[in-house]
Write a protein that binds this ligand. Structure first.
Ligand code: F6P
Length: 230
């Protein structure tokens, strides 16, 4: 019943212009998504608690009907904690800005930042194709292994590597967790939790303003997605 929620940040001004990387703020549309997201998660948190209590009541009834004593004294389950993790980039932090800190544990993590595009940071794909055709082709030929040139430039494999610790932490904890991140990070997390092969990662569709919820089960994972309709 434990849930992992994943979304990209709301639309940023760089998304509008088709620029990759950067540290832009949200557009008005992105801000509206952020507001809707907080409201929706608030609702989902309450719904989760209702379900938790309903399951507990069912169990109590079953035990009473069976006429046996419960093995240990039973008490209401503790409410499940909800955490919200974001990258340290403005567009992700702003997307979490409408969450009430009394209801959600908010945390910013550098490990969730978007792939560092090195010398291509701030460019559009057509600018890369026209000005750095060699790099453009190299990435097209091997998207997962290609590392952007320049200080700090990363490949998908580098991002997979730095996300290991985040994945271990998500798997370890019993909290429900919402991760507000970026296209590459969301692709990797979704591929991992949905057991998709490495080849699927680079082209996985993860549109803006779409929220995924995953529930790990003993036989695999159940998932659903919610699209924000303005
Ligand atoms: O355009 C948004 C973005 O998150 C960029 O910052 C990033 O470089 C890009 O998507 C990653 O997508 P792809 O690996 O398909 O280029």
């Amino acid at each position: 019943m434990r849930q992992i929620w994943i979304t990209r940040h709301g639309e940023s001004t760089d998304n509008e212009k088709g620029r990759i990387g950067g540290d832009a703020s949200l557009t008005e549309r992105g801000d509206r998504y952020s507001k809707a997201l907080a409201k929706f998660m608030e609702y989902k948190k309450k719904e989760f608690r209702r379900q938790q209590l309903a399951e507990y009541a069912k169990l109590v009834r079953l035990i009473e009907q069976s006429g046996s004593e419960p093995p240990t004294p039973m008490s209401e389950p503790e409410p499940v904690n909800f955490c919200v993790w974001t990258s340290m980039l403005k567009r992700a932090v702003e997307t979490a800005s409408y969450f009430d800190e009394n209801d959600f544990d908010l945390k910013e993590m550098r490990m969730l930042n978007e792939i560092d595009a090195g010398i291509c940071d701030g460019m559009t794909y057509s600018e890369i194709r026209d000005n750095l055709p060699h790099e453009y082709k190299a990435r097209m030929a091997n998207k997962i292994g290609y590392r952007y040139p320049g200080v700090g430039g990363e490949s998908y494999l580098d991002v997979i590597n730095r996300l290991r610790a985040v994945i271990v932490e998500i798997e370890r904890m019993s909290d429900n967790c919402l991760v507000i991140c970026h296209r590459v990070v969301a692709r990797i997390l979704l591929a991992y939790f949905m057991n998709l092969g490495r080849d699927a990662i680079g082209d996985l569709e993860v549109p803006l303003h779409t929220l995924y919820v995953l529930e790990p089960k003993p036989y695999g994972v159940e998932w659903e997605l919610y699209k924000y309709n303005e």
